[in-house]
Design a protein around this ligand. Structure first.
Ligand code: RET
Length: 234
């Protein structure tokens, strides 16, 4: 248990530093992108609360013989839809597509949680429903949302969309693997190891996503500013 608390404490520190960095970035990004940028600060911000509760030992329940960290699922239920919402808004996808994207991502987490507290065949059936919902998210991100990005954005903007989407799809795909290998699935991975992997992923996905976007906005601004100087100098 002590080891787990250590990992949770590291997670808390990571999310705190990440939120501080991204909050500072708010002052640097262009005015017109600020509202949307706040979503990127909220993602690790919500995780601070979740990790604080985990460190304090709040929010763990017994799910049929193994510990289920409810707080973790609540965090994901709030933050992963925000994450895909950001991608949808960035791509200028239409409302209906964004609605599907957010809804399917929320369903992924709900089914995953239900599967974690269930046992036997039902647990796996719920896992499959979660995996199918997530496949729907991936399909939209490469399909309709990706198409919208190409139509609405400049080359640089569309390239940012692709980077963020690939980052999300690759890293998020590790979560179902940990679910399956961990106590909720076949139990090959002990709770400590699974927690370490999840903490690491949580920090990298949340802070990494925001940092990539922040870096891209800053670079785009510099490029635009340089262009403007070049034009004025001519
Ligand atoms: C579950 C199990 C059911 C099937 C699938 C899952 C996917 C979970 C994902 C979680 C992402 C979490 C993130 C957290 C950041 O802090 C629920 C494990 C597909 C994609 C990005």
């Amino acid at each position: 248990m002590t080891t787990i608390t250590t990992w949770f404490t590291l997670g808390l520190l990571g999310e705190l530093l990440g939120t501080a960095l991204l909050a500072y970035g708010y002052t640097l990004v262009p005015e017109r992108t600020r509202r949307r940028y706040l979503l990127l600060v909220a993602i690790p911000g919500i995780a601070i609360v979740a990790y604080l509760l985990l460190v304090l030992g709040v929010g763990a329940i017994d799910g049929g013989g193994h510990t289920v960290y409810v707080v973790r699922y609540v965090d994901w239920l709030l933050t992963t839809p925000i994450n895909v919402l950001y991608l949808g808004l960035l791509a200028h996808a239409n409302r209906e597509t964004i609605g599907k994207l957010v809804g399917l991502q929320a369903l992924t987490i709900v089914f995953g949680f239900a599967g974690a507290v269930a046992s036997g065949a039902l647990a796996y059936a719920l896992f499959v429903l979660g995996a199918v919902s997530f496949a729907g998210v991936v399909r939209l991100l490469y399909g309709d949302v990706g198409d919208a990005a190409v139509v609405a954005l400049s080359d640089v903007g569309a390239s940012l969309y692709r980077t963020l989407r690939n980052f999300v799809v690759v890293l998020w795909s590790v979560y179902p693997v940990v679910w399956l290998l961990g106590a909720s699935g076949v139990g090959l991975m002990d709770v400590e190891t699974a927690s370490l992997v999840i903490v690491y992923l949580d920090v990298v996905t949340k802070v990494g996503f925001g940092t990539i976007a922040l870096h891209a906005w800053l670079t785009m601004e510099t490029v635009t500013a340089t262009d403007r100087t070049a034009v004025t100098a001519d």
